[in-house]
Design a protein around this ligand. Structure first.
Ligand code: AMP
Ligand code: MG
Length: 391
């Protein structure tokens, strides 16, 4: 088993640690559901017309029919539809008892004020039968689901005004590096702008998570320690970028050790982005990502996101598509899972983009997916099946 697979095994075995809370349904989008959702009634709750048309008995479909009246959606007809009779019915209205067919307005011909006939005797029945979508008591959405737009519709249909979702952890993002300046500043010689904070904060926003604070700190051990301890007081999760490796000023692993954190891993087995820690002390969790912008993005997508979702109790599975590569790929060293920014084109195959490695974040601007090149694979010939993850 390679390092990345080993880490995935650890993540899969993690449990939800954040409690649940009730939120109003209109605040539940993109939150992690923490209760099973059951149907309180059949859907549809009655035999429902799927078309604007005429409801009748199938046996009478070749006959001229008397129109008894009109049923609008929301109404229930008290009329009894007898032999060679029908009612005009609108989409969504309850089909009168005994009627087993609705023929479309487009398939009808009006003969007189209250008489019609069907021009398409082979018509579908055009009825959504009671309970055909789901039945009372059926499990509609499993606990752990990330609530997306279809779930919002189903929750509404099932009568939920509020739902139990995971409490949102308080997260602080700390970018470290003496060379870093705020994006609004002009870097002096030797300095660069901090791009990771905004990248990570928006990754977290996409997950509908709450970032309570962001810090930009120099590589000064004592100062890092003071601010880290302050952040830990008020946060459930601290995410560092930078200082994760073995350089003279890469202090994060050392700091975590000194403060008694249990470090689950300090290498990821992915490229770019090998040095990265995930650690825990009590109810505090720390992700120590690389400083290189593409590395931190890849580490977030491939590792931090699944970790956070797991802590939230989500059954998250990243979308991976099996496609084919449109170019010859080659690398010398295949000891890690390579993550390569690419474009999934309109044919659904994978195009190459110019990519220089872990610092080349602007390559990602035109990318719409990340290609996975498994460990021990040095070459991928054009036309080879590959896995890609849409961004
Ligand atoms: P580190 O992981 O601290 O060794 O940093 C690796 C590389 O990423 C160095 O070239 C850093 O200057 C750069 N880097 C670190 N943090 C950031 C950041 N927040 N924004 C942009 N680049 C960074
Ligand atoms: Mg650094």
């Amino acid at each position: 088993m390679n390092k990345f697979e080993e880490i995935q095994g650890v993540i899969n075995n993690m449990q939800a640690v954040f409690a649940s809370e009730e939120v109003a349904l209109d605040k539940a989008f993109n939150r992690v559901l923490r209760e099973d959702i059951l149907a309180d009634m059949d859907m549809p709750p009655f035999h429902k017309s799927a078309m604007d048309g005429y409801a009748c008995h199938r046996d009478d479909i070749n006959n001229e029919l008397e129109v008894l009246g009109v049923i609008q959606a929301g109404m229930v007809s008290s009329k009894k539809v007898g032999k060679n009779q029908c009612v005009k019915i609108m989409t969504g209205a309850a089909v009168p008892d005994g009627c087993d067919c609705v023929f479309k307005v487009e398939d009808s011909e009006k003969i007189s004020e209250n008489r019609v006939c069907c021009l398409n005797p082979k018509t579908f029945h055009n009825i959504c039968f009671r309970g055909e979508d789901y039945q009372k008591g059926e499990l509609l959405i499993k606990s752990g689901t990330i609530i997306n737009t279809p779930q919002m519709a189903v929750l509404s249909g099932a009568g939920y005004a509020g739902v139990q979702v995971s409490r949102r952890p308080k997260i602080t993002v700390i970018s470290t590096g003496t060379e870093l300046v705020h994006p609004s500043e002009t870097p002096k010689p030797g300095q660069i702008r901090n791009s990771n904070t905004n990248q990570l904060v928006t990754q977290l926003y996409k997950m509908n998570l709450e970032v309570i604070d962001t810090l930009l700190l120099a590589d000064d051990y004592e100062n890092l320690k003071i601010h880290f301890l302050e952040s830990l007081e008020k946060s459930d999760i601290v995410i560092f970028t930078g200082g994760a490796s073995v350089g003279d000023f890469d202090f994060i692993p050392e700091l975590l050790k000194e403060l008694g954190f249990q470090i689950f891993w300090d290498r990821t087995g992915i490229k770019p982005g090998n040095p990265m820690t995930f650690s825990q002390k009590g109810m505090k969790y720390v992700l120590g990502l690389s400083g290189n912008p593409v590395s931190s993005l890849a580490q977030f997508e491939f590792i931090a996101k699944p970790v956070i979702y797991k802590l939230l109790g989500a059954n998250f599975r990243p979308l991976r598509i099996l496609s084919t590569i449109n170019f010859d790929y080659h690398r010398k060293n295949a000891d890690r899972l390579a993550i390569v920014p690419v474009i999934i084109n309109e044919e659904g195959t994978v195009d190459e983009i110019s990519f220089h490695g872990s610092a080349h974040i602007n390559a990602l601007v035109s990318a719409n997916a990340l290609l996975e090149v498994p460990t021990e694979i040095n070459h991928l010939e054009k036309g080879t099946p590959v896995h890609v993850r849409p961004l």
